[in-house]
Design a protein around this ligand. Structure first.
Ligand code: PAF
Length: 273
């Protein structure tokens, strides 16, 4: 539906009541939603652009969700850049920015109501056992608050995209989930808020992750890829595995954990059958 004379200013909602009021003003226009944890980069903005193509209106949320961080992870130090983020989103023509506090999302404490389904098994869960339960709970609560028609998630977090798609099916949530291609820098490094943690030297090594996974996607030799990553200078490899016709990898550089995934060459996939 084409909305004439659309109000161009971005509305900022901090409570469910404010969000409901803005949501109501959209009338019958369709709403696309991009949930984020902020520290926005071009990868997030590419999700927002895709969302804009799909619906009349776009909502974005910024919420650093405590329940998806383990006690030894970077919840406290996670970059929080709300003002800069809001400017970027306004420039992208976002209609509603939802900035809830912890009390708005978890008014009765941080007990988790639902569990991630079986696609959460292995890969990330082997190393971050509580991560996807935290993700599905916050996304479910955010979906209930924002009530979008569609929601856009990056393919960089490929397992997360599968877990959320399964959660929406399991919970019969009437929202279409759309995956957006991974945005990369000129060297192929997948854009991530955590790249902000990397020193110049670490960035040089980080850029090898996509190169190694591309090689694995061509050759199918996952063991050689793990070794190559260590040779490049990664400190620890959590996994290099194939699933969903992709090679997925997670590796550490100092205190920073990077993930990425690459679609497998069709010929390699056919040969492996
Ligand atoms: O991918 C992220 O940024 C987060 O996991 C998400 C989906 C916003 C939930 O907190």
């Amino acid at each position: 539906m084409f909305i004439k004379d659309k109000d161009k200013t971005m509305k900022i909602a901090r409570t469910i009541e404010e969000l409901d009021a803005f949501r109501e003003k959209l009338g019958e226009g369709t709403l696309a939603y991009v949930p984020t944890m902020g520290a926005l980069h071009d990868g997030h903005l590419s999700l927002v652009r895709l969302a804009r193509k799909k619906c009349d209106y776009v909502a974005v949320s910024i919420f650093v969700n405590p329940t998806q961080f383990a006690p030894d992870e970077d919840f406290n130090s996670y970059p929080r850049t709300e003002k800069e983020d809001a400017k970027k989103l306004e420039a992208e023509g976002v209609d509603i920015l939802f900035l809830p506090t912890e009390n708005v999302i978890y008014p009765e404490g941080k007990d988790l109501d639902i569990k991630a389904g079986n696609v959460a098994e292995g890969l990330e869960t082997t190393f971050r056992p509580a991560f996807f339960d935290g993700v599905v709970n916050v996304v479910n609560r955010l979906f209930n608050a924002v009530k979008p028609d569609i929601a856009v998630f990056g393919e960089k977090d490929f397992q997360q995209l599968q877990v959320i798609t399964q959660m929406v099916e399991n919970e019969s949530i009437p929202i279409k989930i759309i995956g957006a291609p991974t945005a990369r820098d000129e060297n192929g490094l997948a854009l991530s808020s955590r790249n902000l943690y990397l020193s110049e030297d670490e960035l040089v090594i980080a850029r090898k992750l996509n190169i190694a996974l591309r090689e694995a996607a061509k050759t199918g030799d996952l063991e050689a890829t793990g070794k190559a990553l260590l040779d490049y200078g990664f400190d620890k490899i959590d996994y290099v595995e194939t699933r969903w016709n992709r090679v997925l990898g997670a590796a550490w550089l100092g205190k920073t954990r990077l993930i990425d995934n690459i679609a497998i060459d069709e010929k390699v996939a056919a040969a492996a059958q």
